[in-house]
Write a protein that binds this ligand. Structure first.
Ligand code: HEC
Length: 158
């Protein structure tokens, strides 16, 4: 990993320096993943499966995991989130993780395309469409009961 050219929200509060946005375009060709409906919906699928446990869903309060972390994971689909960062900046954070925090590196776990799609989603979190909302909501509730449908009709049919 080369020198870091971005800062997290937490660091921006404490550090004076150039806006990392000034470096936009240096690192990656972020034009490859347009913020169209297909990419945003695919990003929502990645988000609900891999990010929401820490970064939350729109309109929901933080769960026990997010509340127990320091530094706290920012709510990415609430308010500003990281909409003021370029998508490539979030791409790097998601790919490499953030050292000494709970933010995991997803390189090797998610494809480059998936990382782009979720980065474009969090960039556009202030304009979430109905189909993105549906994707976030689909299957996002009570994952444990879906994984272990004991006593449910699904289990009884087997
Ligand atoms: C296990 C918890 C956890 C998971 C899962 C997780 N994150 Fe994070 N993430 C964090 C924490 C904690 C921070 C704050 C780090 C800091 O303040 O330095 C963070 C920070 C970030 C930031 C930087 C925010 C900023 O202020 O610049 C982005 C972007 C981000 N995460 C995106 C994602 C995406 C996208 C996913 C899913 C692919 C994801 N994270 C999954 C815990 C998590």
């Amino acid at each position: 990993m080369g020198p870091r050219i971005w800062m997290t929200r937490r660091e921006k509060r404490h550090v004076q320096g150039p806006d990392p946005g000034d470096f936009a375009g240096n690192a990656v060709d972020w034009g490859r993943c347009p913020a169209d409906e297909a990419n945003l919906v695919a990003g929502a699928k990645v988000y609900k499966e891999h990010c929401a446990v820490c970064h939350g869903f729109p309109g929901e309060s933080k769960g026990a995991i997010a509340l127990g972390m320091y530094p706290a994971p920012p709510q990415l689909l609430h308010g500003v989130g990281v909409t003021d960062d370029d998508a490539w900046e979030s791409y790097w954070k998601v790919e490499n993780g953030i050292r000494l925090t709970g933010m995991p590196a997803f390189k090797g776990q998610l494809s480059e395309k998936q990382i782009w799609q979720v980065s474009v989603l969090v960039k556009n979190a202030d304009k979430i469409s109905a189909s993105v909302k549906n994707e976030l909501a689909a299957g996002a509730t009570t994952p444990m009961s879906m994984a272990m449908p004991s006593g449910s009709t699904a289990a009884a049919k087997k």
